[in-house]
Structures are given as C-alpha cells and as structure tokens.
Design a protein around this ligand. Structure first.
Ligand SMILES: [Zn+2]
Length: 191
C-alpha cells in the first residue's frame, strides 16, 4: 500500500497539488491549489489510490460505492471495481445533490462514500442523507485529500488518504502579496 508521503509526492508530481500563490474562486488567496482531476489522468495512480481507500475498509461488506459528481465519479467506479461492488454517483440538479439515471439504493445495502477532495464536506453530507433516506447503511467515507480547515464531522467514519492544510488569506492580509509573489489564477470552475 502506498504511504502518505508517496501519495503526496505523486499528487505534486502530476500537478494535482500545486504550491505557490493562488487566487481561489472565493476571492481569497492561498499558498496551495488542488486539482485532483490531474491525478485521474493517470489510471495507474487512480488504481493505486483506490486500492489504498479500499484497504481502509477491508473486512466491511460494501454493496455500493457512491460519490458526488464530478470528482467522485471515477473514484467511486475504481474503488467499486476493486471491491466488487456497484458504483453510483449523485449529481446536482437545481443546486441539490440527487440520484438520477435510474440509480437506486435498496433498503439495507451497505454504502461506502468516496470523494476526490473534501473541502467543506457539504457534498459528502448530501450523499450521506440521500443514502440514508433510501434505507442504505453508510459504513464509511473516504477521500484522496481532506483539505477542510478542521476535520468535518460526519455521521459515519471518515478516513481520508491524506490531510492537507491550506493557508488561506484575504487579499489585504496575504503575506505572499506582500512578498511580491506572482498571483496565479488556476480556474477550476467556469468564471
Ligand atoms: Zn496574495
């Protein structure tokens, strides 16, 4: 199994974790920027990281691996492939996360929720409530990266592969601006 240091090294190598001076969509500045899609370009890494996630839940019966779109789609598929479970994803419609495309959860099915990056935990919480509303039993949650400011409280155990601390500053107080470091705008969403 890959260890935390190897995971971080790979994330940096593929550009999924960048260090520097970044303008976030919130308007705040940060010393790191995370774009996990850059990792998913490489199926061999997605496979290795999914294996590490699956191993954390060894000994648990899992019927469904569920992820929030878009970040959780590829990851839930690969984790499910390795476990031998079904893979489904939830997606936003009119701002609300829901199951579409005929995906269903049977009463009592055991569910593992996976996400590429947990930022606030909001999408994961929405997946949790969908799973529970449908009678599923969430046995755990995982992500490649947890970059939440403080570990989120979920109603099920959360085992991210790594936790990253981002330093986030308002433009007025940003020490990187004061040092004259060039500001980059990586843009993960539509402007
Ligand atoms: Zn700045």
């Amino acid at each position: 199994m890959v260890n935390k240091k190897e995971i971080l090294n790979i994330l940096v190598k593929v550009g999924a974790v960048m260090e520097g001076h970044f303008l976030l969509t919130s308007g705040m500045h940060s010393d790191k920027y995370i774009q996990c899609a850059k990792l998913m370009q490489y199926p061999q890494y997605t496979e290795a990281f999914s294996k590490a996630i699956a191993q954390q839940f060894d000994g648990n019966k899992v019927d469904i691996v569920m992820g929030p779109a878009i970040g959780g789609i590829i990851l839930s598929y690969e984790v499910a492939r390795q476990i031998g479970a079904r893979s489904i994803f939830a997606e936003r419609e009119n701002g609300k996360m829901q199951l579409r495309r005929g995906f269903t959860i049977e009463k009592g099915e055991k569910i593992l929720i996976v996400e590429d990056v947990v930022t606030t935990g909001g999408s994961v919480k929405e997946c949790l409530s969908i799973a529970e509303q449908q009678g599923g039993i969430v046995i755990g949650i995982s992500s490649i990266i947890d970059r939440s400011p403080s570990p989120p409280s979920f109603s099920s155990i959360f085992k991210p592969l790594i936790r990253l601390n981002l330093n986030i500053y308002s433009p007025e107080e940003c020490p990187l601006c004061k040092k004259g470091v060039k500001l980059q705008k990586p843009g993960s969403r539509k402007a």
